[in-house]
Design a binder for this molecule. Structure first.
Ligand code: WT7
Length: 661
């Protein structure tokens, strides 16, 4: 497994000696300790004292011995229409059920309960478009907008059991549409606005959606992203969509098919779109949303999340990890089209009654200080982003952030991939002014919320996501399930169920069991990452063990890229691997065997890259395509991507005894 080790993560790397809060441990490792002020005021400290513990370790030990008590403490801070009879039902494991018998609705907790208090006047959402346009929503106005659109959906017959596909840019209508679906008990399936025709068509098809909500277009670097046009092509490939609701955002001309396509603003001007809409009580285990994610096969997995457990898990993690206080302005700079946005732009900020900021455009538009200017102008106090964004902005130098007052920041966060210590320290020093702890949160689409993460009181090591969250028991194990020794690489597993966990894969419960639970070691949730624990019990994530590539923190399946390639008439066979990249973390390198009569050329390489971009989306576009006469395969015909990768990196190809001869 050591071949997948990321050198940037090597925790024996020499550290610089800046920052008065660094302390030497293990001889080489430096520890960043939070100030006593941070510790004293942290939400997690208050909870620790409430439970009668004097250290975080004691609180953690108690929480994993009594997870049901810990999670019901959290659940009791939310509202439920009817209480649960059982916190956890594990009788049909791994199909776990949480808060069994309870009636709830995540929208009740995210909106309804705030509008009856002073928070009705608090800003729920502040939005800035790339062109500088601003829109703000108090909890009162958010409630009205969500209710109005919920009534529109209801009038179209959308109800519990339906899945509405949402394909929108980063605009307020995205969270509003998600919340409107949840409010009436329907599920949503958000497809990231950077995905393209085939990716969208596959997801609409699998979810069998009758309603699609999209926009005329999105804006990125002042250019229009033709969402409606892509949606039109996707709808031509799948028969299920009966109604397509279109947000007018860019205002450029799009084709509207009569009888199918309707403008959202027209619908919202109808009398049916009243601002009063009762929130539908649902079962705690009813589906809240489907979110597709990549795995080892070409077919993306529709990860199913539910109302009850997910609201408890996302609420508790945001409250304790990012320490949300009434005065905060929280900015999760992800896209709502990914789990990070679902959990930490849309649901948990509203569950905690926070003010959430959302920005539509590119981080370096029109200049590389756009983000820093947003922080200063909006008074952002907590910024949560991906290592790739930090590395990208770091390239432009310190002068850009130093032009802005970033003193409102008090906490920082990262997610999506391991952060290299160099980027960590830049983020800490230049953006956080050496006063903001960095929460490196490890989790997945499947886990719903943070699993391995510091809290503001955890001493930090750059590059490590530190320790498991309260109530979460993770381990690094050998294939027989036995725990690895300290500093030994192994498989990352979760030993106990948790409330926000995925419940199944849509239309494929079998795949849920075989992918996550039936693998060796059996009986625990297999994450798909390799990791190691150091002498202090800190976890270091090494990388994926399956055919998933993280490009700029985005999760892509090699198989999906390959199937896009072979859908081109020139391609007979394709294999893709991820290769390390300074800013993006990884980039895709594809190997292609051409069909008879085609010859490799720079033009064809460009054409194939464009084809993948058109089918899958720009993020899946390979950086490089090599034309090859053959691919290394096992005797059973499986492509050995490991061999391609080792060859590309100029490494020893390892054991190739199963290679086809
Ligand atoms: C995979 C999950 C969950 C939000 C975004 C990603 C990698 C995630 C970290 C981190 C190292 C990380 C893992 C994981 N990953 N966070 N803090 N340090 N690696 O969700 O797209 O489902 O991807 O992202 O490999 O398995 P996702």
């Amino acid at each position: 497994m050591s071949e997948t080790r990321n050198a940037a993560l090597d925790n024996t790397a020499t550290m610089d000696s800046s920052g008065g809060t660094e302390q030497a441990t293990n001889g080489l490792q430096r520890l960043y300790k939070p100030s006593s002020e941070v510790v004293e005021n942290a939400n997690v400290t208050a909870y620790m004292r409430q439970k009668g513990f004097s250290t975080y370790e004691e609180l953690y030990d108690w929480s994993i011995k009594n997870p049901q008590e810990f999670w019901s403490d959290q659940a009791n801070e939310l509202g439920w229409y009817e209480p649960w009879q059982q916190v956890l039902d594990d009788s049909q494991a791994p199909f776990y059920k949480w808060f069994v018998g309870a009636k709830t609705n995540i929208v009740h907790n995210a909106i309804d309960r705030h509008v009856t208090t002073w928070r009705r006047n608090k800003l729920a959402l502040i939005w800035e478009g790339e062109d500088g346009t601003q829109r703000t929503y108090s909890y009162h106005t958010l409630n009205r907008e969500v209710s109005r659109f919920a009534n529109v959906l209801k009038s179209m017959g959308v109800k519990k059991g339906d899945i509405v596909t949402i394909y929108l840019p980063r605009i307020p209508e995205l969270p509003i549409t998600m919340l409107a679906c949840a409010k009436i008990g329907a599920a949503h399936s958000v497809v990231y606005g950077g995905f393209s025709v085939e990716a969208l068509a596959d997801r609409v098809d699998d979810a069998n959606s009758k309603v699609l909500v999209t926009a005329d277009g999105g804006v990125m670097r002042s250019k229009v992203v033709e969402l409606k046009k892509i949606a039109d092509e996707a709808m031509a490939r799948t028969p299920s969509i009966q109604t397509c609701i279109v947000v007018k955002h860019t205002g450029h001309e799009v084709t509207m098919e009569s009888g199918r396509d309707l403008w959202m603003h027209d619908l919202l001007s109808l009398p049916i779109a009243s601002a009063v809409c009762p929130t539908e009580p649902v079962d705690a285990e009813d589906t809240l949303f489907i979110l597709y994610t990549s795995g080892t096969t070409g077919r993306p997995k529709g990860v199913v999340h539910t109302h009850g457990g997910y609201q408890v898990g996302t609420y508790a993690t945001l409250k304790f990890v990012f320490d949300i206080k009434e005065e905060d302005r929280w900015w999760c700079a992800a896209d709502p089209g990914w789990i990070t946005g679902h959990s930490y732009i849309v649901y948990s900020p509203f569950l905690t009654g926070a003010t959430s900021f959302m920005y539509e455009g590119a981080p370096n538009y029109p200049y590389p200080d756009r983000w820093w200017s947003l922080i200063a102008r909006h008074g952002i106090s907590i910024l949560y982003t991906a290592p790739t964004a930090i590395r990208g902005l770091m390239r432009f130098g310190e002068a850009w952030p130093s032009r802005h007052d970033l003193s409102t920041l008090r906490l920082l966060g990262t997610v999506g991939e391991p952060i290299n210590p160099e980027a960590w320290r830049w983020y800490y020093r230049i953006i956080g002014g050496e006063r903001c702890p960095i929460m490196d949160t490890w989790w997945q689409t499947e886990t719903g919320h943070f699993m391995i993460t510091p809290t503001p009181i955890t001493p930090l090591k750059p590059g490590s996501a530190t320790r498991p969250f309260l109530g979460i028991e993770v381990d690094v194990v050998h294939e027989d399930g036995s725990s690895c020794a300290a500093n030994e690489d192994g498989l990352l597993v979760v030993r106990q169920p948790w409330p926000g966990m995925m419940r199944t894969i849509l239309n494929d419960p079998e795949r849920y069991v075989t992918t996550y639970w039936d693998k060796e070691p059996a009986g625990m949730y297999t994450v798909g990452d390799s990791a190691r624990k150091d002498d202090d019990g800190y976890l270091w994530i090494i990388g994926r063990l399956d055919d998933v590539i993280k490009v700029s923190g985005y999760r892509l399946g090699t198989a999906e890229v390959e199937s896009a390639l072979v859908s081109h008439s020139a391609v007979a066979e394709a294999a893709s691997i991820g290769l390390p990249h300074e800013v993006k973390g990884n980039v895709i390198h594809s190997f292609v065997i051409l069909r008879e009569g085609f010859e490799g050329s720079p033009q064809l390489e460009e054409e194939l890259k464009g084809h993948v971009g058109h089918e899958m989306g720009p993020i899946a576009r390979p950086e490089k395509i090599s034309f090859v006469p053959s691919l290394p395969k096992t005797r059973s015909g499986k492509i050995m991507r490991r061999v391609l990768k080792a060859q590309a990196l100029g490494q020893d190809v390892g054991d190739v005894s199963t290679l086809e001869s």
